[in-house]
Design a protein around this ligand. Structure first.
Ligand SMILES: *[C@@H]1O[C@H](CO)[C@@H](O)[C@H](O)[C@H]1NC(C)=O
Ligand SMILES: *[C@@H]1O[C@H](CO)[C@@H](O)[C@H](O)[C@H]1NC(C)=O
Ligand SMILES: *[C@@H]1O[C@H](CO)[C@@H](O)[C@H](O)[C@H]1NC(C)=O
Length: 512
């Protein structure tokens, strides 16, 4: 998933960054990162593969959404980047760029079109071929089991994630993946961004499966915004934990992989120094991050959430609590930007409203979530925000292991000479190095995205790729952008990166 970074803010961002105080020079190379740290890039199945109705794949809730009149961009992932047919050449491109790791997601409905039961041999073959090609090139394999693409048939049958039945079906799907691919997969991530999908999928209804209820969203045919976001996350946590337990009992010893869960994160600054905004910011962090991390570390939801959401927040039985506690080897973070938070004194009961905090840029792709959005553009490229996020987690949950699984820059012009992207990536990579030197346990970094694909917000008009894709031609020609050459130089030639004034002036790279 990718979002938020808006070109129009950049001139203002520059002004602010240049104006900010000069601290010190930061000079580093790839070799300054700890042993075992891997740099890569990522894609997601629906956004990259295309071939939506080919090779035995059945529709997911994402297909249903893009083919409905709710789809605000009028484009679909039917063909996407045509990765289903082109992944062999794409893996060669990864090798040429020098990617050390590839993060991709598996399409449940391609592998098991009925949602449960029979495995689709063509789906199996597709992922086996991809994984074998990656192995051949020595690229570390980071596979994700779920990203907003539940088989539609399970949504129809029992309401998908809002039913506890999902736990068994998800675990069985994961079992197939571990059994078939696990001998070659280094990292498993069960699910991307459950905290964000709760908002889009079940609160304002802007994302699949488009559940909502008045007054939190309109035009939803099903849903209940006051309770379903909590059910979705509850069942996500239980499905995740059940899957981790399975992996640990049956596969880990032989396959030697690690398994974790992913969170959508952004650093939140209080909009003013007023107590009421500072408190709103803390509440927002609890509702966005504590919602997932508190159960995973301590076995239950945060007290603040229980107090505010009451019975609408489900409870864990003692068995479930035990299952969830420590059910991860790492936490994956998707991180793009920071935001300001102000108090919003609502009285209606909805999840976002529960923390009565107005997150200025959160879920900006949907219209209604942030009626009184306030954005200070100077913080949009804010690597320090990622450092603060990691410090916050350390503070609240101890020294966890993190992988940055998405970070990147989206522009609306698809230029090959993408200096803004290079600038963005440089700063965030430098921020991660600083965080590591300050004691954060970060072990990998994945650019979003490896190549242009169908984007959740913006369709084909938003470009995040290191590699450009010409969507207007049938052959969908791939062309590495300048950022791909820059990344390659950093990874393969150990090129020196210099931030002359610690994030505050323009970078000077060698050889780009
Ligand atoms: C709801 O649907 C109507 C008719 O299709 C459309 O005009 C309107 O923009 C939709 N509202 C939202 C919030 O999607
Ligand atoms: C949502 O569920 C709650 C709790 O069961 C109920 O009180 C409320 O009426 C429901 N709202 C809608 C819109 O169905
Ligand atoms: C966290 O753990 C990592 C890896 O074990 C270690 O390098 C780092 O110093 C620890 N950080 C703190 C603050 O204890």
């Amino acid at each position: 998933m990718a979002r938020h970074i808006q070109l129009i803010f950049f001139s203002a961002a520059w002004a602010l960054l240049l104006w900010a105080q000069c601290v010190s020079t930061l000079r580093f190379t790839r070799g300054d990162f700890p042993d075992g740290f891997a740099f890569g890039a990522g894609t997601a199945a629906y956004q990259y593969e295309g071939a939506a109705a080919e090779g035995g794949r059945s529709p997911s809730i994402w297909d249903t959404y893009t083919h409905s009149d709710r789809n605000m961009y009028g484009e679909t992932g039917d063909i996407a980047s045509d990765g289903y047919h082109k992944c062999k050449q794409d893996v060669k491109l990864m090798r040429d760029i020098g990617l050390e790791a590839y993060r991709f997601t598996i399409s449940w409905s391609r592998l098991i079109p009925g949602g449960r039961g029979a495995v689709n041999p063509k789906g199996l073959q597709f992922y086996n071929n991809l994984i074998n090609d990656l192995v051949k090139e020595g690229i570390q394999i980071n596979a994700v089991l779920y990203h907003m693409d539940l088989p539609q048939i399970l949504e129809d049958e029992y309401g998908g994630w809002i039913s506890p039945k999902i736990i068994e079906d998800f675990t069985a799907y994961a079992n197939v993946c571990f059994h078939e691919f696990g001998d070659r997969v280094a990292h498993w991530t069960t699910m991307l961004e459950p905290n964000a999908l709760a908002q889009g999928g079940y609160d304002n209804g802007g994302l699949p499966p488009n559940h909502c209820s008045y007054p939190f969203g309109s035009n939803c045919t099903v849903g209940n915004s006051t309770i379903e976001p909590y059910l979705f996350v509850h069942h996500s946590l239980l499905a995740h934990a059940s899957t981790v337990s399975l992996y640990r009992q049956k596969y880990k010893a032989a396959q030697k992989g690690i398994i974790g869960l992913n969170l959508y994160t952004m650093w939140l600054y209080p909009f003013t120094d007023c107590k009421i905004d500072i408190e709103a910011t803390e509440r927002a962090k609890t509702f966005l991050y504590g919602w997932i991390l508190h159960p995973l570390v301590f076995g239950d939801y945060p007290e603040t959430m229980r107090k505010i959401a009451g019975f609408r927040l489900p409870s864990f039985s003692s068995y479930e609590s035990e299952l969830v506690t420590h059910a991860f080897d790492f936490i994956g973070l998707n991180h793009y930007t920071s935001s300001y938070t102000s108090n919003r004194p609502d009285t209606i009961e909805g999840r976002l409203q529960d923390f009565t905090a107005d997150l200025a840029t959160l879920f900006r792709g949907t219209k209604d979530a942030t009626p009184s959005a306030k954005i200070l553009p100077g913080k949009m490229v804010d690597p320090h925000g990622l450092e603060l996020t990691l410090e916050y987690f350390q503070d609240k949950y101890g020294n966890l292991t993190f992988y940055i699984q998405e970070n990147g820059y989206g522009g609306s012009d698809g230029t090959l000479n993408d200096l803004e992207r290079i600038d963005y990536l440089t700063k965030y990579i430098a921020g991660i190095l600083k965080a590591i030197r300050n004691g954060a346990d970060v072990r990998g970094y994945s650019v979003w995205s490896f190549m242009d694909q169908y984007e959740i917000f913006g369709g084909f008009k938003t470009h995040y790729g290191l590699v450009a894709v010409d969507f207007d031609t049938e052959e969908q020609r791939r062309q590495p952008r300048r950022s791909a050459h820059w990344y390659s130089d950093f990874l393969k030639n150990n090129a020196v990166i210099e931030l002359e004034c610690d994030f505050t002036t323009k970078i000077s790279h060698s050889q780009i």
